[in-house]
Design a protein around this ligand. Structure first.
Ligand SMILES: Cc1cc2nc3c(=O)[nH]c(=O)nc-3n(C[C@H](O)[C@H](O)[C@H](O)COP(=O)(O)OP(=O)(O)OC[C@H]3O[C@@H](n4cnc5c(N)ncnc54)[C@H](O)[C@@H]3O)c2cc1C
Ligand code: FES
Length: 253
């Protein structure tokens, strides 16, 4: 993990309310993996806490993150221009470990798709991804070419304005028996992950399933305990350090 002063290479809108920022790092941080995240300063001294954002793409000394405009910090980030320098702590957290897996089901929704894109990019040449990705509507659809590196891609929208009308979990459950994957990986809004856990249980699907969680964060490196979640046995786990990727059966959602 390194705390670096990175240079913004580009910062562009890629969908309604979604931006992609590419940072050039002054030195290598080694290989980064899908699921890991960065803690990025907004560049505004009034925002003391950095913002956790999933690694979406990394190539050489460049790393790209995608962010949805939510509050003051992400709004400020949209105004950051190329050439500006931002402090960034990276890489943080664990990742989706696909060792020994050939067929991978991917279930993603909203801003949860970004770490999944990083995972697909990293492994699509050696593994088969069956991806089920949910967006709110056609205006939210982004990174299609990256998602399409999957062997099979199903896109759903809530209103049917793009792809199938419905949600990613429902679309996956319909096809689950045919795919019979070695592992399921998922990231998305908490309600989507809760539904996924419930539906897998109801359907008696025992495929190993790993989810990436989002919690409010402070330090991003295990020291402040702002980000704790509850494990299935009722103990505390730090999302930043013990996660953000957890076995779906080992955390309370
Ligand atoms: C591991 C991890 C990876 C993430 N990856 C992405 C990503 O790739 N793309 C993306 O759009 N969003 C991602 N998020 C959510 C993103 O961090 C928040 O949307 C963002 O911090 C909101 O900042 P803000 O200043 O706009 O909002 P404000 O509400 O003004 O933020 C106030 C404070 O709360 C924190 N905060 C608010 N919402 C969240 C949240 N959902 N999760 C964590 N902290 C929050 C902020 O960091 C800040 O410290 C991720 C969160 C985590 C924990
Ligand atoms: S954010 Fe500080 S311990 Fe996780």
């Amino acid at each position: 993990m390194k705390d670096l002063l990175a240079t913004v290479k580009s910062n562009k809108k890629i969908a309604e309310n979604i931006y992609m920022m590419t940072l050039v790092l002054p030195e290598s941080v080694g290989q980064m993996h899908g699921g890991q995240f960065v803690n990025l300063s907004t560049g505004n001294g009034a925002h003391l806490l950095r913002r956790p954002l999933g690694v979406c793409m990394c190539e050489g000394d460049e790393v790209s993150v995608c962010y949805q405009v939510k509050g003051k910090g992400t709004k400020y980030l949209t105004e950051v221009e190329a050439g500006r320098k931002l402090q960034v702590l990276l890489p943080l957290g664990n990742w989706f470990d696909l060792d020994g897996c050939k067929n991978v089901a991917v279930i993603g929704g909203g801003v949860g798709i970004f770490p999944l894109v990083a995972t697909i990019r990293e492994h699509f040449q050696t593994k088969n991804f069956y991806s089920y990705i949910g967006f709110r509507n056609i205006d939210a659809v982004c990174l299609y070419n990256e998602l399409a590196k999957s062997k099979k891609l199903t896109i759903t929208t809530d209103d049917g304005s793009y792809g199938e009308k419905g949600n990613a979990v429902g679309a996956y459950l319909r096809d689950a028996a045919n795919i019979n994957p070695d592992i399921i990986i998922s990231c998305g809004p908490p309600v989507m992950l809760r539904v996924l856990k419930q539906k897998l249980k109801e359907a008696g699907i025992t495929t190993p399933c790993f989810v990436s969680l989002e919690e409010r964060m402070g330090c991003g490196m295990g020291a402040c305990l702002v980000c704790v979640c509850k494990t299935a046995s009722g103990e505390n786990a730090r999302v930043c350090r013990d996660g953000p990727v957890f076995d779906i059966n080992e955390v309370q959602l």
